[in-house]
Design a protein around this ligand. Structure first.
Ligand SMILES: *Cc1c(COP(=O)(O)O)cnc(C)c1O
Length: 399
């Protein structure tokens, strides 16, 4: 690194937009020089245990020798090739594995989670040939930042007020908290709008960026039933829950979705890749070609990395690791914290003071990125018990 840290941060502040941030930025980011295992190494020499797995993606940790080798090997052959009119073995093998794991029949490779949600929406709309054009979802969800995806994010926590008049308006069932009242309201809403509803789209079991809530599988069973009754497609956004995070390989495959989105941990957090999967009966009714084709569709480097990451899952001890982290979080977080698999959440009564929380976590040698009133961790599965203890201590200290 040539620039002095202060110079780098000043340029960053003036030039570079950060997620959900103003320009110029009002708070300074930490500069990361490298990362290894579960540790981020900062430019100033400090080391932080990554409690976020880089927004839930780096499930095997950083610089994993198998993933590094897979990317290096692929680089010897080709970094990229277009996917229109061409194919490559990696893409076919990865599609085969994803189909086998999910019970789906077809795979569309997208270049980010949000785009895979857009593709899922297009699939559902093309399935209905324009006859049905609205979607149903539940409150509290998050599905990405592109316009189609934003329109099914929680209307309060999301950006609906900012984009009023621009976003399509969809049908929102109450927060998925299982009860007879919830079931009755959701059932009534589905019946009332069935004639215009192409699909129901939800994150199964865990609502991530919409509020880090967990909900009962009974809700998913009811949504499946409503889809069968009224002919809607059931779409599961497993971008956050996929690849073991909840303790299951996927949180919702047991409830028979017609379409699924995966992303985030697909490449083990090395680079961006996502996929939209569907059952054969969906593809059969889609009207003509599916109208989507990203420039970097099925990028060979990303695909090679995803093959290596999913191979590690196939071989590996992830199930034991996630169960071990689940036990560790339950033992160490306060009794009112929420824990599921490798997800731990402390919900506060008021919004987190971000700068204070970040400073306290960093003083504990831990990287956390709370939002709203939520202090949470989603650590890499390889996090040791000792490092997990540091993460939970930091979470408690921030709260
Ligand atoms: C992160 C996320 C997305 C968006 O994925 P990007 O890769 O950021 O576009 C969509 N749905 C869920 C459930 C997510 O957690």
């Amino acid at each position: 690194m040539v620039a002095a840290p202060e110079e780098l941060l000043e340029l960053d502040r003036r030039l570079v937009w950060h997620p959900y941030g103003p320009m110029p930025a009002t708070s300074a980011p930490l500069a990361v020089a490298s990362a290894e295992g579960v540790r981020l190494k900062l430019e100033d020499g400090r080391e932080l245990i990554d409690g976020m797995a880089s927004w839930w993606c780096a499930i095997h940790g950083y610089r994993h020798p198998v993933l590094d080798a897979a990317v290096r090997d692929q680089l010897e052959r080709m970094a990229h090739v277009m996917f229109g009119g061409l194919t490559h073995e990696g893409a076919v093998r990865l599609a085969e594995r994803l189909a086998r794991w999910t019970g789906m029949d077809h795979v569309f490779f997208a270049d980010s989670g949000s785009v895979s949600v857009e593709v899922a929406i297009k699939l559902a709309l093309q399935y209905w040939h324009g006859e049905r054009t609205r979607l149903m979802t539940v409150r509290g969800g998050y599905h990405g930042d592109t316009f189609g995806a934003m329109a099914i994010c929680d209307p309060d926590g999301g950006m609906h007020s900012m984009w009023k008049g621009v976003l399509p308006t969809h049908v929102f069932a109450p927060l998925p908290e299982w009860s007879e009242t919830w079931a009755a309201e959701t059932r009534e809403l589905a019946a009332r709008h069935a004639h215009e509803l192409a699909a129901i789209v939800v994150e199964p079991i865990v609502q991530g960026a919409g509020g880090m809530r967990f909900y009962a599988p009974e809700c998913l069973a009811l949504l499946r039933e409503l889809c069968d009754e009224h002919g809607m497609l059931l779409v599961f956004d497993e971008i956050a829950t996929g690849f073991g995070r909840t303790g299951e390989l996927f949180a919702g495959t047991g409830f028979g979705p017609d379409i699924m989105c995966v992303g985030k941990a697909l490449t083990g957090g090395y680079m961006t890749l996502a996929a939209t999967l569907c059952r054969a009966h969906v593809a059969e009714r889609v009207d003509g070609p599916l109208m989507h084709g990203p420039t970097f569709m099925a990028n060979p480097l990303a695909v090679a990395c995803a093959l290596a990451s999913t191979q590690l899952l196939e071989d590996g001890g992830w199930r034991d690791d996630v169960a071990r982290i689940d036990r560790g979080l339950r033992a160490r977080l306060p009794p009112d914290a929420r824990v599921l698999g490798a997800i731990g959440v402390i919900e506060l009564d008021e919004p987190v003071k971000m700068e204070r929380a970040t400073r306290i976590a960093v003083e504990h040698g831990v990287w956390l990125r709370p939002f709203r009133n939520l202090i949470y961790c989603m650590p890499p599965y390889i996090t040791s018990d000792e490092d997990l203890a540091r993460i939970t201590e930091a979470m408690v200290a921030c709260a």
